[in-house]
Design a protein around this ligand. Sequence first.
Ligand code: DX5
Ligand code: ZN
Length: 229
Amino acid sequence: MADFQIAPSILSADFAKLGQECDDVLASGADIIHFDVMDNHYVPNLTIGPLVCDALRRHGVTVPIDVHLMVSPVDRLVGDFAEAGATYITFHPEASDHIDRTIQMIRSAGCKAGLVFNPATPLSYLEYELGNLDMILLMSVNPGFGGQGFISSALDKLKRVRNIIDDSDLDIRLEIDGGVKVDNIAEIAAAGADTFVSGSGIFGKRNESDPNKYDTIIQEMRDELAKVG
Ligand code: DX5
Ligand code: ZN
């Protein structure tokens, strides 16, 4: 069985009870927490910063926190998120003037580093940095909002990146973000993803019998993934 990881995006959670929301998705079988940081500059929306990451750690979240930076500039926030308990820090190459420097900053701070590719961003950024990456995140929506539809060209891109990773023999996670639901997660896994961000697909789908729990939807995703391997 492949090492598939389900990463609920707390962008779609109830921010008034964020700690409880994290506890509930994790108790329901999620693997990691996806943490979307938006700055109203790189993307036209504004969300959460290092204080909230730190608060989740203090609340008792021990699983990896996957910080997806949709901010420009990037470097100023790397140390703050490392101190706040981030596990992964991923960023968009267009948002950094010096991509290699940013990756080195993330790793020097003790975090795992990832590059994020928008639907129209070419994969050429991988050419000289593959060996410095712990994660490659492909966007299957344009960044900035939850609840958008999956852009199907991401499937071909996933296949290409899966081949690049496998040919390299490097230990790099391949994450997909945007429009991931029960009805497309198997196709996305078959294309090569191993880490699945889902915001509205999970937080919008609480158990009918117990609206604070997410076991049913996460189990449905696992059942779909089991069909793939
Ligand atoms: C979009 C964010 C995503 C978003 C996904 O910019 O990076 O993580 O929360 O939301 P859904 O799963 O609803 O598309
Ligand atoms: Zn994200």
